[in-house]
Design a binder for this molecule. Structure first.
Ligand code: NOJ
Ligand code: CA
Length: 711
């Protein structure tokens, strides 16, 4: 008996010895990797708490034996890396990329193939990917499914949106993992593109909180030449497994060795602020490919836009039953009278932008074809170079130039992607010729060629192609409806923005949940900045269009806060100039707020409840604070210890009045001014659906603080 126990202990010890262990640079994360009965498995702990329980790794191939099992560990190599780099634009001036790495080479003897799994452990979490070195028995191959598991250690609270191959524009649901199925079955109406999902498939970036108070985020980094990953939950075992987006043939990816997958990422901490401040996703991307980045600059812009979104105006020039581009004589068509992208109206916007210091004016609906968007005649909708008769391209080019303002191009592809690719060079050249240096692109509707979806490998390749080609023309891209970002803006900083989530436009299509902007920074923004288009000062949409009863579910004070809490180097003041002219006092914050940052601090954060950021403007001593609140009234308590000790600043606080409420009294804001120092403190009321914004300007002259109270 004793002998038996002794040999069991020996076996356990021997097995235990086989696990390879890696620690994060600060020693708090422990990663274990092992080949168990031929299957690669890993697990991740943070200070002794399980973040990922033992989970399997591998891929299933089409028309070839799988890369799931039958492996032996052929080699393990470890290394460390520590470097500090400067982003072209960002939340901070410098980013430290510091990790310990383990690369395991796996030998599948039966097939004569090898696969490398590279694991990088940072102080904020883990990134790993599969690599396929050049080899005789694995050249071209087709992925049937990636089978990467993330086994959860408990029934965590999750902030999730349902799996979908075509849209990310959902409100978030907050529930236990075990409740996802019930909620999805009850309340989420699946799109056609969701039919291949079970009712427990979710999108990344997925945010979770454990009962012990640990925050865990799952996502991917550097999504290039591969399909976008969703996560399927086994809600009995609480194990997530990767689910790649199929292409029109149902295939998940075509690869050719040497190659690798994107990184799979796990960010974790006991402090929610650390999740927001994690730079791991950027660090897992390659450095910037451009030597000269002087043409890439953050942009604050206004646009001929919200009036179309609300239905006050139209993108289309005329009411035509159908059009054929190039053959429709628009000059003979009678204008609908609602066409906003006309020369006079755009000039009015240029004047407003120039007067208030904006860099650019976006104009949507300037080009022919909007009448037949859904007709899609002959796979040929827009050509991106033919203006409507009332839009004077050259006149506006010269007018904008004379006012020191740029026009921002708009390319709505209507999902007709091959059509866009065929026109891309011509379209970008047209921009260069007419003084445009940035484009908002869009992919509304089902993708053509038919059967492709927004997140399949083919489309992932397209989005990057459009950005790379834009780089050739020194053009910045802000793509809407494109795949959720995965940190590629490090490599291609001309990818200046993305929508890829439910933005402000939905405030005009029924509204966003009041807690939406307390979740987005923990989810969508993990991969990169979002063109959320804040700044709506008229929360009652019917004021613009009596037929639209939608209400903007935030107070005006919170709209200001979003310029700080929703990080983006591209920020829009989305409301109409005439509306801003009625609230010039509050508008001052939008004029003042920076779009590029030297430093960022998270002062308060809890996903689903509230987030308070303080950010220091690049190149000045000024700071800006923003606080976004969920549907509950709360008091925010902050210290100004982020300020330089000994210095005085003037703080202008734009906050909710006591009686403000996103539903009943969204316009009730107040503005107060104080002198602040690094010793100041603030207890600030935030209304339901509210928040506040503060500009903190360095004092250069004593007269600036005269008569002001100290906080
Ligand atoms: C959807 C985009 O998100 C929105 O901003 C744009 O105005 C419309 N598509 C039209 O292109
Ligand atoms: Ca959209």
């Amino acid at each position: 008996m004793k002998k038996a126990i002794f040999s069991i202990v020996l076996v356990i010890l021997a097995l235990g010895l086989r696990a390879e262990e890696l620690k994060s640079p600060n020693g708090q994360f422990t990663l274990q990797f092992e080949v168990k009965e031929g299957i690669p498995v890993y697990q991740l702990d943070l200070n002794g708490h399980a973040i990922i329980k033992e989970s399997k790794l591998g891929l299933e191939l089409k028309d070839a034996s799988s890369l799931l099992d039958g492996f032996t560990l052929a080699n393990v190599s470890t290394s460390s890396f520590d470097e500090t780099w400067k982003p072209v634009w960002g939340e901070v001036k410098e980013i430290r990329n510091h990790y310990n790495e383990m690369a395991v080479t796996l030998d599948q003897k039966s097939s004569g193939r090898i696969m490398v799994i590279r694991l990088r452990l940072f102080d904020d979490g883990l990134g790993f990917r599969y690599e396929f070195p050049e080899q005789a028995k694995l050249t071209h191959f087709v992925i049937k499914e990636e089978r990467t598991q993330f086994a959860m250690a408990g029934d965590h609270t999750a902030f999730w949106i349902p799996g979908d191959y075509d849209t990310q524009e959902y409100n978030y649901s907050t529930s236990k993992l075990s409740e996802i199925r019930g909620l999805m079955e009850a309340s989420i109406t699946p799109n056609a593109s969701q039919t291949s999902f079970s009712t427990t498939g979710v999108q990344t970036s997925l945010m979770m909180k454990t009962d012990e108070g640990l925050y865990i985020n799952l996502h991917e980094a550097a999504l290039v030449e591969y399909a976008c990953m969703h996560l399927e939950l086994d809600d009995e075992t609480l194990v997530f497994e990767s689910h790649l987006t199929p292409d029109a043939q149902g295939v998940k990816g075509y690869l050719q060795a040497p190659c690798h997958t994107p990184w799979r990422t796990v960010i974790a901490s006991d402090d929610a602020a650390d999740i927001l401040m994690s730079h791991m996703t950027l660090n897992l991307n390659d450095p910037c490919v451009y030597d000269d980045t002087s043409w890439i600059q953050p942009i604050k812009y206004i646009g001929v836009w919200w009036e179309m979104i609300t239905g006050k105006s139209s993108w289309a020039y005329a009411d035509l039953p159908s059009v054929q581009l190039g053959k429709t004589d628009y000059s003979k068509a009678s204008p609908s009278g609602k066409h906003a992208a006309n020369t006079d109206h755009v000039k009015r916007h240029i004047d407003f932008a120039a007067e208030h210091g904006f860099d650019a004016v976006l104009v949507e609906g300037w080009n022919e074809g909007w009448e037949d968007w859904f007709g899609k005649s002959k796979d040929y909708v827009f050509d991106f170079v033919t203006p409507y008769p009332d839009f004077d391209v050259e006149g506006l080019r010269d007018y904008a130039k004379s006012k020191g303002v740029r026009l921002m191009m708009h390319h709505e592809t209507s999902g007709s992607v091959r059509n866009y690719e065929r026109h891309l060079d011509q379209a970008y050249q047209f921009m260069v010729d007419n003084g445009y240096n940035s484009v908002k692109s869009g992919y509304v509707g089902n993708i053509l060629p038919r059967g492709e979806t927004h997140y399949s490998q083919w489309m992932i390749n397209h989005y990057l192609y459009a950005v790379q080609k834009a780089g050739d023309y020194k053009i910045m891209v802000n793509a809407h409806e494109a795949v959720r970002p995965t940190g590629l803006c490090r490599t291609y900083p001309n990818l200046i923005g993305n929508e890829s989530a439910r933005g402000t436009e939905y405030e005009s299509f029924g509204g966003n949940n009041p807690d939406h902007t307390t979740i987005l920074p923990f989810t969508r923004l993990i991969g990169g900045p979002m063109d959320y288009t804040p700044g709506i000062f008229e929360p009652d949409v019917s004021q613009y269009n009596p037929d639209n009863g939608s209400k903007v579910n935030t107070t005006i004070a919170r709209q200001l806060a979003l310029y700080v809490t929703m990080y983006s180097p591209l920020q829009m003041a989305a409301d109409l100039p005439e509306t801003y002219e009625k609230h010039m006092d509050a508008f001052q914050f939008i004029k003042d707020v920076a779009v590029d940052w030297e430093d960022t601090k998270v002062l308060e954060a809890e996903p689903g409840d509230y987030i308070t950021y303080a950010r220091k403007e690049k190149g000045s001593g000024n700071w800006f604070v923003g606080r976004t609140n969920d549907e509950e009234a709360r008091t925010s308590r902050i210290h100004f210890d982020f300020l330089t000790p000994g210095k005085k600043y003037v703080a202008t606080i734009y906050s909710d009045q006591k009686e403000a409420h996103y539903k009943t009294n969204p316009k009730a804001y107040q503005i107060s001014k104080f002198v602040v120092t690094s010793k100041s403190e603030l207890n600030q009321f935030c209304a339901p659906g509210g928040g506040y914004a503060i500009s903190i300007m360095e004092v250069s002259d004593k007269s600036e603080v005269k008569g002001l109270r100290k906080l």
